[in-house]
Design a protein around this ligand. Structure first.
Ligand code: C5P
Length: 355
């Protein structure tokens, strides 16, 4: 049997799950801070941030894929020969016949990251966003049942219902905060807009995650090659969004040096921090999907609620209310219950699914 990949003796599965939990809390806090603490006249472009995320993530994945690929020239170890062999093998893999499959999650992630996530983070308190976004466990489960033919126990269905109720209770807190909040931060937020964005993001996230899992586990292709393909396809919606977005309309209409510099106007330390944490999240998410599955990924992110809640209290003067405490407890309990009897996922073949 192949050795289980590990870091310092700890299976990669657990390392990636814990890293994802910490990364998720950091992203919620940093993204919220970077958007809400900046006056709208000096706001950095979310479209540029998403583009940078894809460029960096794709480049890192390309580098790892290049290092991992076997040159296939054991008899001739001249560096130039090894380099060109690796390069041609890698380009054959990246532009292989089934590369198009990654266009579907790429478009879904593109839609979610270009718009929904930033709208939600800008219109909801950080912890509320984090808890409401747990509804993606529900959509992920639904898509896993439909696409991976996963079977859920009745306890798991009950816990999914509890999850929806818990998120609803947390929303009471969000409404109270938005209507009665007096700080300048709360006055620029729109809870219903933020909540609608979260619901839509749950659908795109669930579908994209399960689709990526299906493509990954149905083929022998390397994870990092799949990541490069995903990033390449993601560049299309990113660039289209930049060209058509409102922020670009303030910029010169031609592709000049000033057009490029306008893309990065107000792109300060916090914007770069948001991008870097997102890059880390993308890479770790792919590893979690590969070494565990989308359901365990949900468990890791619900753990991050606790971390980001505690940080929100300290950093943003987030006030604890009973609806928030009860709602969060129900959400965490539901997640725990859901993971009590994990079912084996039966990965169906491409022939069954006709993908
Ligand atoms: O919110 P959610 O858990 O769906 O976010 C997953 C994140 O992981 C998205 O930002 C997506 O772009 C990223 N991802 C990635 N590479 C993958 C799978 C997901 O960058 N192979």
């Amino acid at each position: 049997a192949a050795p289980i990949p590990s870091v310092c003796g700890i299976p990669l599965k657990y390392v990636s799950l814990v890293t994802l939990a910490v990364q998720n809390s950091m992203l919620t806090i940093i993204m919220h801070y970077s958007r809400v603490s900046t006056p709208s006249s000096r706001m950095y472009s979310a479209a540029t941030a998403v583009l940078m995320n894809e460029v960096l993530k794709g480049s890192i994945s390309l580098f790892i894929a290049f290092c991992r690929i076997d040159s296939g020239c054991a008899s001739d170890s001249r560096p130039t020969r090894v380099f060109t062999n690796k390069l041609s093998k890698l380009s054959r893999d990246v532009f292989g016949a089934d590369a198009w499959k990654l266009s579907i999650p790429a478009m879904l992630y593109g839609l979610y990251q270009n718009n929904l996530q930033y709208v939600a983070a800008s219109n909801l308190p950080a912890a509320t966003f984090q808890v409401s976004y747990q509804m993606k466990i529900l959509t992920t489960a639904a898509f896993s049942v439909l696409m991976l033919r996963k079977k859920l126990t009745s306890l798991q269905w009950v816990s999914l219902l509890a999850l929806a109720i818990g998120v609803g209770i947390v929303q009471i807190q969000s409404g109270v905060a938005t209507h009665h909040g007096s700080s300048s931060e709360l006055s620029v937020m729109n809870a219903s807009k933020g909540f609608l964005a979260v619901v839509a993001a749950c659908f795109t996230s669930g579908l994209a995650g399960v689709y990526f899992e299906m493509v990954l586990k149905n083929s022998q292709a390397d994870l990092w090659v799949r990541n490069v393909q995903l990033s390449l396809f993601s560049l299309l919606p990113c660039v289209a969004h930049i060209i058509f977005s409102n922020s670009a309309s303030h910029a010169p209409s031609t592709f000049s040096a000033s057009w490029f510099s306008s893309l990065f106007s107000n792109f300060g330390l916090w914007a770069w921090a948001t991008v870097l944490v997102q890059v880390l999240g993308g890479l770790v998410t792919a590893m979690v999907i590969k070494y565990s599955d989308n359901i365990l990924k949900g468990f890791a992110t619900s753990l991050s609620i606790v971390i980001s809640f505690l940080a929100s209290v300290a950093l943003f003067d987030f006030r604890m209310t009973w609806p928030f405490i009860i709602g969060s407890a129900v959400v965490l309990n539901a997640t725990w219950m859901y993971n009590q009897h994990p079912q084996r996922v039966r990965i169906v073949t491409g022939r069954d699914l006709k993908i």
